[in-house]
Ligand binder design. Structure first.
Ligand code: SF4
Length: 766
């Protein structure tokens, strides 16, 4: 397949070796073990070294997996508390390859722009600060002192602190995040967009509005104890693989699982626990007792239909279905919801959901067995225009039966990046609460800015319009994580300075501002040596457990700074004598940072002692105790209209998904084993009937286009793959298809880009 020149910011085509195989019906098993060690090998590790590194992962005295935020069980398995994708993440950051100045002499940024993120990441770890001067085509190494001075001077030269944007990715530790937000607010802005804006913001907003806390209510024990687990819009086999172990345990304890998703993902169907020889011999555990293949964005319709059927069941057997005591004592708004549901046409809802009424009857049968019901979800629900409504509808469903705040029941938004939830708790938020700002004022003696900052979408607009001129990224790959790739690139190019704190090179580094600087940092698995000796950091997982993470490996280079140190050194230079704290004193010993966190953030009292307990501690969660921190003190039923799913003729509803060789924007390889894709990423999964109707065949190359907001977008040369996906729905990989996701199509209230619902056309490539 011929490649087109990479004139834009989009990932280049890498599909020359594309091969299509039948999708797999089982997840994990021995293939996952082979894959884990193959990735360690690819990055230069012998078997012995791989075992040594992976054996430390997710252990109480080891390092926290830099992958997802799934919690660790209390009874951790010695040496094997990781999954295939955790191993890929570890291999990626512990690679033995290094990028030195010769590499940057050899490759100009134009050369590098022709490479994929996968290729760039494969080249190894960044080892020294780099700078791209105005007009130059080559990054050049600079001293740390010069790098800090240049960034500090650029920040100080801005007309207003609000001209700077400080982005955070979810890898950043609690300690670094706390210092970072403190520095940014002392500097004078709340412009703190983060990766949460693009994933679970809809969950945070929807849960905050209804149950008073923007986090899930369940613990891992609840998952093990549940009688019914509903997994919606989530692909745990790839994105949170150890969740399958928890689901397997739940099933062993008698749970039934309903999977609701447009794609029949292998991990939703069957899990072969690679740690169990009997599982390998017998073929594993069936995960979903019932699979509801909902059409893309059919979830509100499906949940409404389910609730209507529950009301019908209650009418037949009063008192057995609804939890009237719970509803009366702890909630408000049920009468309105009941009236709303009474006005719905159930058949039309079932039709809109794209499932059959027999399937829904079976779901009701499973649900009615017990009130111990958990709903888990991820971006399949949040990345829609109605993403917040989706989450509120889940809450309605759970509240009806009192399935919240009791063992084995509740809400479970499954977070992606390993400390994305913790960063929020530490104050990384463009719309901080008054309570947080008041605490900062009380503890640090300065009045932090009170006006809201920019979230991710607003930040891109501000850069496009020249209202923001300096973009600082604490980790991540903003360019590839955001929607409307070319527009984001234009926004970044408008900046006077772009600064990236990174462990590895990525395509985000190749879209230049006037000045661009890369500050290389330590990885979580590495020893963070400070004046008082090696420091550990802390993180918060998806279920609100705060625990420590200890790096044991030799740093990739002796001159790497930790993220916390980078913030501290920069803050010293930017704030000068006006500083509220002695930054460099703080980083001598991270216990000092944790003492400040304990003073500032509720729930972290006695932080240093509690986090040293094996496994850490649970943060208080009101919803878990039926204490709903809403204005009225009650959990709120809400009315959420089902979206209009009518499609113009000749168009399809596209959702973006990740491959099995990928974590967020990090691409570890070009395979998607479970879906049968090898050696390529530019594919469109399409229903065979739709293909026939459109005159397309498997292997046809198509350009995917859309028009939104007066702009024509095109993602060229994608290969059609026949796949069991609902009619008029198609799936493509992120970030290749991000170019099609309109910046201005986002969830109401949360601004989460609607990456799971993009109306597109397919045009045969010329
Ligand atoms: S489930 Fe998530 S946290 Fe656990 S090892 Fe896998 S990627 Fe890492």
């Amino acid at each position: 397949m011929a490649s087109r020149p990479p004139s834009s910011a989009e990932p280049p085509e890498t599909d020359d070796d594309l091969r299509i195989e039948p999708p797999m019906k089982r997840a994990a098993g021995l293939a996952s073990v082979r894959s884990a060690f193959a990735h360690m090998h690819k990055h230069g590790h012998s078997l012995q070294s791989a075992v040594r590194i992976l054996g430390q992962m997710n252990q109480t005295d080891g390092f926290d997996c830099p992958g997802c935020a799934w919690p660790d069980p209390d009874d951790r398995a010695a040496l094997t508390e990781f999954c295939e994708n955790g191993a890929k993440a570890a291999a990626w950051e512990t690679t033995r390859r290094r990028l030195d100045w010769k590499f940057f002499q050899q490759y100009s940024i134009d050369d590098l722009a022709r490479k994929s993120d996968y290729w760039l990441g494969l080249q190894g770890r960044l080892t020294q600060p780099l700078m791209l001067r105005p007009g130059s085509r080559f990054y050049e190494p600079i001293e740390w002192s010069e790098a800090f001075k240049r960034v500090a001077n650029a920040l100080k030269a801005l007309d207003s602190p609000n001209e700077a944007i400080f982005y955070t990715s979810g890898r950043t530790s609690n300690e670094a995040a706390f210092l970072y937000q403190l520095f940014v607010r002392a500097f004078g802005t709340n412009n703190l967009p983060d990766c949460s804006n693009m994933c679970h913001e809809s969950s945070g907003v929807g849960l905050g509005q209804t149950v008073g806390i923007g986090k899930g209510s369940v613990t891992l024990d609840d998952v093990h104890e549940a009688d019914t687990i509903i997994v919606m819009g989530q692909n745990p086999g790839t994105n949170h693989p150890r969740m399958l172990t928890a689901l397997q345990k739940a099933k062993k304890n008698g749970a039934q699982i309903i999977a609701i998703n447009p794609l029949p993902e292998a991990g939703l169907m069957c899990f072969v626990n690679p740690k169990s020889p009997s599982q390998i011999l017998t073929g594993g555990t069936q995960i979903a007792d019932l699979f509801l293949q909902v059409q893309i964005n059919g979830d509100v319709a499906l949940l409404k239909a389910l609730m209507c059927l529950l009301l019908e069941a209650e009418a037949k057997s009063p008192g057995d279905v609804l939890d009237e005591d719970f509803i009366g004592l702890y909630t408000e708004g049920f009468a309105k919801l009941r009236a709303h549901l009474g006005s719905q046409d159930v058949d039309a809802l079932i039709d809109a959901a794209g499932v059959s009424s027999a399937e829904l009857d079976k779901a009701v049968e499973i649900i009615l067995r017990s009130r111990k019901t958990i709903v888990c979800w991820a971006m399949g629900l949040t990345q829609h225009k109605n993403g917040v409504g989706n989450v509120r509808e889940i809450v309605n469903f759970l509240l009806m039966r009192g399935s919240i705040g009791m063992p084995g029941a509740g809400t479970c938004p499954v977070r992606g990046h390993s400390n994305v939830q913790g960063d929020r708790t530490m104050g990384i938020h463009d719309r901080p609460s008054k309570a947080l700002l008041d605490r900062i004022q009380a503890v640090f003696g300065f009045d932090p800015p009170r006006e809201p900052g920019f979230n991710t979408v607003e930040a891109i607009h501000a850069m496009l319009q020249g209202r923001a001129k300096l973009f600082f990224a604490m980790g991540g790959n903003f360019l590839q994580a955001t929607p409307d790739t070319n527009r984001t690139a234009r926004a970044l190019q408008n900046c006077d300075m772009i600064v990236h704190v990174s462990t590895k090179l990525n395509r985000g580094h190749l879209v230049r501002g006037k000045w661009s600087i890369i500050l290389p940092c330590l990885a979580r698995s590495e020893v963070d040596q400070q004046a008082y000796g090696p420091q550990f950091v802390t993180v918060e997982n998806s279920m609100g457990v705060v625990h420590s993470s200890h790096g044991h490996l030799k740093p990739a280079h002796p001159e790497l700074y930790s993220e916390a140190s980078i913030v501290a050194w920069l803050a010293e230079q930017v704030l000068g004598p006006e500083t509220p704290v002695s930054w460099c004193w703080l980083i001598e010993n991270y216990d000092r940072i944790r003492d400040l966190i304990a003073e500032t953030i509720p729930g972290f009292e006695d932080f240093n002692a509690r986090v040293r307990e094996p496994g850490g501690f649970h943060l208080h969660n009101g919803a878990r105790e039926r204490k709903f921190n809403t204005e009225s003190g009650k959990a709120a039923f809400t009315i959420n209209p089902a979206p209009d799913l009518t499609l113009p003729d000749g168009t399809y509803r596209m959702m973006t998904v990740r491959t099995h060789d990928q974590y967020n924007t990090t691409v570890y390889g070009n395979d998607d084993r479970y879906r049968g894709i090898r050696g390529g990423r530019r594919v469109v999964f399409m229903n065979e009937d739709d293909m026939r109707e459109a005159g397309l065949t498997a292997g046809t190359l198509v350009d995917i286009t859309n028009d939104f907001g007066g702009e024509h977008r095109i993602a060229p040369r994608f290969t059609i793959v026949a796949y069991p996906i609902p009619r008029r729905c198609i799936a493509t990989y992120f970030p290749e298809a991000n170019v099609l996701v309109p910046l201005n199509k986002f969830a109401e209230d949360s601004y989460t880009p609607a990456s799971k619902d993009v109306t597109v056309r397919l045009i045969p490539s010329t």
